[in-house]
Write a protein that binds this ligand. Structure first.
Ligand SMILES: Cc1cc2nc3c(=O)[nH]c(=O)nc-3n(C[C@H](O)[C@H](O)[C@H](O)COP(=O)(O)OP(=O)(O)OC[C@H]3O[C@@H](n4cnc5c(N)ncnc54)[C@H](O)[C@@H]3O)c2cc1C
Length: 439
């Protein structure tokens, strides 16, 4: 009897999960496993936690939902805590598994963890099989080798759209043969060292983790409200649930795949018509792909202060009081402050807000951009290593931007995108908006 471990990471779904499907087709039984990696909850060299409470909560909800979905297919999720390079081999030994299947990583730390696990598995004569499962276009289908991918997005997009095809999705398995798996005992936020998350009733959306919630959000945005047909005009908005898709948090943890979104988008277009807005979502998902491919191409250079351009940025000696005022939304610039408060109190900020808040830190305060990226890493509910560090480097002027200085004139941005101060008034008023805490 051939038994394999499926090691879930940021692919917390059963639909369109090639890793799971391949493990099922090549083995008699599989053991779905998630390891709560202790390093993900440590403090980084920049002084922030790698994961903050909003994402921790979202992760636990996603694991709960994945277990439920796996159980409906006859299996369940085995949840471990510790170091993957210790915990995954232990499970392999316990179940005498001969293979481990997992998502393929591209970023520096994640890749190192993957390699450490692989090294330990080799000692047990167990092989690690990995699959690229998080992009719209598969890396192998691109019209360039990774090292030749253009460093300018438009060049990448045009050629890719012209010459590559998007693969179809992997259907959800019908049944998962597994040994009996006890329901997981997920840690509470306080066990992970966090206070309970408080819901601010001004939050654009109540993000709840898991594939089931991701599907609900997609159906709401596409077929329920048809908001997708207006996306191109509304996507720069800042107030409310439906100015943009809000798919990011579910995409970041892999509760939904970009190819599944694409498949549903095509269904929607057949039924209700295609327009510039429906296309624009593909355009944005291509940005997401792009930062992942850039990470694969440039690796640890994506995290350097001088970035992939090896460009020295003129920064000032760190003034931590100033940095704190930025984090706390107390710089005195009302547009930046409103955005930073939204991030602090909800774990989310619009794309327009992120661009302005990042530009302000890099170009107005002349702060080392990596501190901003590290704070976002802690704080964002939708943190994705490639999208976060890639966008930050881009805005700091050391990344993939062909323009030499992407400076945002914040006053102009505020009057263009928040003309009637609706957004600023929402976040800068003084009364307490936090409501009940959730368990
Ligand atoms: C400084 C900075 C940091 C960022 N950090 C992250 C991050 O950690 N995680 C993350 O998912 N996005 C990040 N983004 C990109 C973008 O701001 C968010 O994806 C978006 O605001 C999420 O809201 P949405 O899902 O409603 O987006 P929508 O406008 O509905 O876009 C749909 C999807 O397209 C993708 N997308 C859109 N814009 C971008 C972009 N510029 N780069 C990469 N993907 C994009 C996202 O997956 C998003 O969910 C960052 C942008 C900036 C400027």
């Amino acid at each position: 009897m051939k038994t394999a471990v499926v090691w879930f990471k940021t692919d917390l779904r059963v639909t369109d999960n090639e890793t799971l499907v391949k493990a099922l087709s090549q083995n008699d039984a599989v053991i779905p496993v998630y390891c709560i990696d202790e390093t993900h909850f440590k403090t980084t060299p920049f002084g922030f936690r790698k994961t903050g409470n909003f994402r921790a909560q979202f992760l636990m909800e996603s694991l709960f939902d994945l277990d439920k979905n796996l159980r409906e297919l006859g299996s369940g999720l085995l949840v471990l805590s510790g170091k993957p390079e210790v915990e995954i081999p232990n499970i392999v030994k316990q179940y005498r598994a001969h293979r481990v299947y997992a998502k393929r990583e591209v970023a520096f730390e994640e890749k190192n963890t993957e390699l450490s696990v692989q090294t330990e598995l080799w000692k047990l004569h167990c092989e690690l099989f990995t699959f690229s499962t998080s992009t719209l276009y598969h890396a192998e289908d691109l019209p360039f080798s990774i090292k030749d991918i253009p460093d300018v997005f438009t060049d990448f997009r045009r050629k890719t759209e012209k010459e590559a095809q998007i693969r179809s999705v992997f259907e959800k398995p019908i049944r998962i043969p597994s040994p009996e798996i006890q329901p997981p005992d997920l840690p509470t936020l306080s066990e992970l060292g966090f206070k309970n998350v408080k819901i601010d009733n001004r939050a654009a959306i109540r993000f709840k983790g898991g594939e089931s919630e991701a599907m609900k959000r997609l159906n709401h945005y596409f077929f329920g409200t048809k908001s997708i047909s207006r996306y191109k005009e509304t996507r720069n908005g800042m107030v409310g649930a439906d100015y943009s898709t809000k798919f990011s948090a579910w995409l970041a943890l892999g509760c939904i795949s970009p190819r599944f979104i694409y498949q549903e988008l095509k269904k929607y277009e057949l039924q209700f018509g295609a327009n510039e807005s429906t296309y624009w979502l593909v355009f944005e998902l291509l940005w997401r792909d792009y930062f992942r491919f850039m990470m694969k191409k440039h690796q640890s250079r994506m995290f350097r202060k001088s970035g992939i351009r090896n460009k020295e940025m003129a920064t000032v000696k760190p003034d931590w009081k100033l940095f704190e005022s930025w984090m706390e939304g107390q710089t005195g610039n009302d547009f930046v402050d409103a955005n930073m408060l939204e991030l602090k109190l909800t774990g989310f900020m619009s794309n327009r807000g992120r661009q302005n808040a990042a530009s302000y830190l890099c170009h107005d305060l002349k702060f080392d951009w990596r501190y901003g990226a590290a704070y976002f890493e802690q704080q964002l509910i939708d943190y994705d290593v490639c999208s976060n560090w890639g966008n930050w480097a881009y805005l700091a002027g050391v990344g993939n931007d062909p323009r030499s200085n992407r400076y945002f004139n914040i006053e102009k941005q505020a009057s263009d995108y928040d003309k009637n101060k609706l957004y600023r008034n929402l976040w800068l008023n003084k009364f307490d908006n936090s409501s009940d805490s959730r368990k």
